[in-house]
Design a binder for this molecule. Structure first.
Ligand SMILES: C[S@@+](CC[C@H](N)C(=O)[O-])C[C@H]1O[C@@H](n2cnc3c(N)ncnc32)[C@H](O)[C@@H]1O
Length: 241
C-alpha cells in the first residue's frame, strides 16, 4: 500500500469545482448523491470488496465489477452500466461538475449498478481487495505535457502496479488518449509491466474504438480540433500458480 505522503505529493492539481451547477442538476446531486456516493471507512480494516458498496438483494447482486478512473461527465460509465446491467460499476472523479453529469445520467436511465467515489481514485484503489475487479477504464487521462509535470500523470508505475493487484487474471484494462507523446509513455509503461499484455494484433486495434465503447466528451472535442485518438486494450496476465 502506498503511503499517504506519497499520494499527497502527487495530488490532483485540477479544479474540483468549475461553473456553478444549474439548479436542476444541483437539486438532483443533493437528492441522489448520498445514496450513490462511496465513503471510505476509517483506515485499518479489512480490504474492501467492491460488492460492499452495492445492495445485496435482488438486482444488486453483481458477479462482475468495473472501475473507471476520471470519468469526466460520465458518458462512458453510464453507457457501460446500461449495456452491462449485471456488472457493478465504480466511477472515480473529483470534479464535482463531472459527478453531477453522471448523477444526471444515472437518474435519466434509472441505473442501479453505479457507485461514485468523488475523490482521487488512488485513495479508493489502495483500500480495495486484491483481484476484485474484472474491468478498468482510464479514458483520456490529462496528458500533463510539460516534462516537469509528468509525475502528475495517472498512468505511472505505481498506478499500474495497483491496477495489476486489483484486476483478476484475464481482466481487461482499456485506456484511450489523443496525445501522441502520452500514448508512447502509456505504451512504454504498460509494456514494461510484467502483469499486462497488449491485446492488439494490428493498427485496426488501436485506431478504431469498436462498438463496445462509446465516444466521450473529451474524445469528441479532440476530434473537432483535428486530433485522432488511440484506443489501447490490455489484459491482466494470469498469475503463476
Ligand atoms: C481529460 S479528462 C477526461 C474525462 C473523461 N474520461 C472523458 O474522456 O471525457 C481527465 C479526468 O480525469 C480526472 N482525474 C484526474 N486525476 C484523477 C484521479 N487521480 N482520480 C480520479 N480522477 C482523476 C480529472 O478530474 C478529469 O475529469
Amino acid at each position: 500500500m502506498r503511503d499517504l505522503e506519497n499520494i499527497q505529493s502527487s495530488r490532483i492539481f485540477g479544479r474540483r469545482q468549475g461553473k456553478p451547477l444549474k439548479a436542476a442538476s444541483q437539486e438532483r446531486l443533493d437528492r441522489l448523491l448520498p445514496a450513490l456516493e462511496i465513503k471510505l471507512p476509517e483506515e485499518g480494516g479489512q480490504p474492501l470488496h467492491p460488492s460492499v458498496f452495492f445492495s445485496t438483494e435482488g438486482d444488486g447482486v453483481y458477479r462482475e465489477f468495473a472501475l473507471e478512473i476520471g470519468f469526466g461527465k460520465g458518458e462512458h460509465l453510464a453507457w457501460q452500466a446500461r449495456a452491462n446491467p449485471g456488472r457493478g460499476f465504480i466511477g472515480c472523479e473529483p470534479f464535482i461538475n463531472g459527478v453531477s453529469g453522471l448523477v444526471d445520467k444515472i437518474d435519466e436511465y434509472g441505473l442501479e449498478n453505479v457507485r461514485i467515489f468523488a475523490d482521487d481514485a488512488r485513495l479508493l484503489m489502495d483500500r480495495l481487495a486484491d483481484q476484485s475487479l474484472d474491468h478498468a477504464y482510464i479514458l483520456f487521462p490529462d496528458p500533463w505535457p510539460k516534462n516537469r509535470h509528468h509525475k502528475r500523470r495517472v498512468i505511472n508505475e505505481g498506478n499500474i502496479k495497483a491496477l495489476a493487484r486489483l484486476l483478476k487474471d484475464g481482466a481487461r484494462l482499456n485506456i484511450a488518449t489523443d496525445h501522441r507523446e502520452y500514448c508512447r509513455w502509456i505504451l512504454s509503461h504498460m509494456l514494461a509491466s510484467p502483469d499486462f499484455t497488449w491485446l492488439a494484433s494490428g493498427p485496426e486495434d488501436w485506431h478504431v474504438r469498436g462498438d463496445d465503447w462509446p465516444a466521450t466528451r473529451y474524445e469528441a472535442k479532440a476530434l473537432e480540433q483535428g486530433r485522432r485518438s488511440t484506443y489501447l486494450r490490455f489484459g491482466r496476465r494470469c498469475r503463476q500458480a
